[in-house]
Design a protein around this ligand. Structure first.
Ligand SMILES: Nc1ncnc2c1ncn2[C@@H]1O[C@H](COP(=O)(O)OP(=O)(O)OP(=O)(O)O)[C@@H](O)[C@H]1O
Length: 208
C-alpha cells in the first residue's frame, strides 16, 4: 500500500470544504483528482502531504513519506540547475542527479542559475526534483502548468517510468496526460454539505 486515506475531511480558512474522502493507492497506480477551480484539490493534496492538519480522518503514507510538488517549485534562485538538484538529492540521501537532468531535458541548462530559467524550465527543474527524492509516492499539484507539449510528454514519461518502478502518484491536473495507468477521482461528491458563500462554486467567483 502506497497511500491510504480514510474518511478525510479537509478545511481552508477554518471551513470544511471536502469530507468523507477515502482512497487508496497501490504500487504502480496513479489517481487524478478532478473538479472545478476551488473545490479543494490543492487543499486535499496539502493535507495528504502533511503540510496542513486534517479536520478528521486518517492519512497513511509509506514510512519514508511522500514527495510533494506544489505551485511553488522550491528552487534556490542563486544556485544553478545542477546545484539545486544536488542540494535536494543530498537532503533525500540520493547521489546521482544525471538521470533527473536527462529525464527533464535539463542537461544543457545544468550550469544556469535557477533565477534565469524560463517559467517552463523552472517547472521542469521542479519536476526533476521529484526524481532525486527517491520517494515512492508523488503528490503533484498542477504539475504541467507552464509546460509546452514536448515537456508535458517528458513529464508523462517520467510518471510512467515511476509507476513501472513500483511508485505511485496522486495528482491534480486539468489536462490528460495519456497515462493508461491513471484513474480519475471526481471530487464533486465529497464537497462538504454547507460551504460558505464563495466556496466550492463552479469557478473562481472572485474573478467572475
Ligand atoms: N484563507 C482562506 N479562507 C477561506 N477560504 C479560502 C482560503 N484560502 C482558500 N480558500 C478557498 O478554499 C477553496 C479550496 O481551494 P483549493 O486551492 O484547495 O482549490 P483547488 O480545487 O485546488 O482549485 P484550483 O483548481 O483553482 O487550483 C477555494 O474555494 C478557496 O477560495
Amino acid at each position: 500500500m502506497m497511500l491510504s486515506v480514510q474518511d478525510l475531511a479537509v478545511s481552508r480558512g477554518g471551513i470544511t470544504i471536502l469530507d468523507a474522502v477515502s482512497l487508496t493507492l497501490q504500487p504502480g497506480e496513479a489517481l487524478v483528482l478532478r473538479g472545478p477551480n476551488g473545490i479543494g484539490k490543492t487543499t486535499l493534496l496539502r493535507t495528504v502531504a502533511g503540510l496542513q492538519l486534517p479536520v478528521s480522518g486518517r492519512v497513511e503514507l509509506p514510512p519514508e513519506g511522500a514527495a510533494y510538488s506544489g505551485h511553488a517549485d522550491g528552487l534556490k534562485a542563486t544556485l544553478t540547475v545542477a546545484e539545486n538538484l544536488t542540494f535536494w538529492a543530498r537532503i533525500y540521501g540520493q547521489r546521482d542527479i544525471a538521470p533527473a537532468l536527462k529525464a527533464m531535458n535539463l542537461e544543457t541548462l545544468a550550469d544556469r542559475d535557477a533565477q534565469n530559467l524560463s517559467a517552463g524550465q523552472k517547472r521542469r527543474l521542479g519536476l526533476a526534483r521529484l526524481l532525486v527524492t527517491g520517494r515512492g509516492l508523488w503528490l503533484l499539484d498542477e504539475p504541467t502548468v507552464s509546460l509546452d507539449a514536448a515537456s508535458v510528454a517528458l513529464f508523462a514519461e517520467a510518471v510512467r517510468a515511476h509507476l513501472k518502478r513500483g511508485g505511485a502518484a496522486l495528482m491534480a491536473t486539468h489536462i490528460d496526460l495519456g497515462l493508461e495507468e491513471a484513474t480519475i477521482l471526481d471530487l464533486a461528491p465529497f464537497r462538504a454539505k454547507t460551504p460558505a458563500p464563495g466556496q466550492g462554486g463552479g469557478f473562481d467567483e472572485a474573478f467572475a
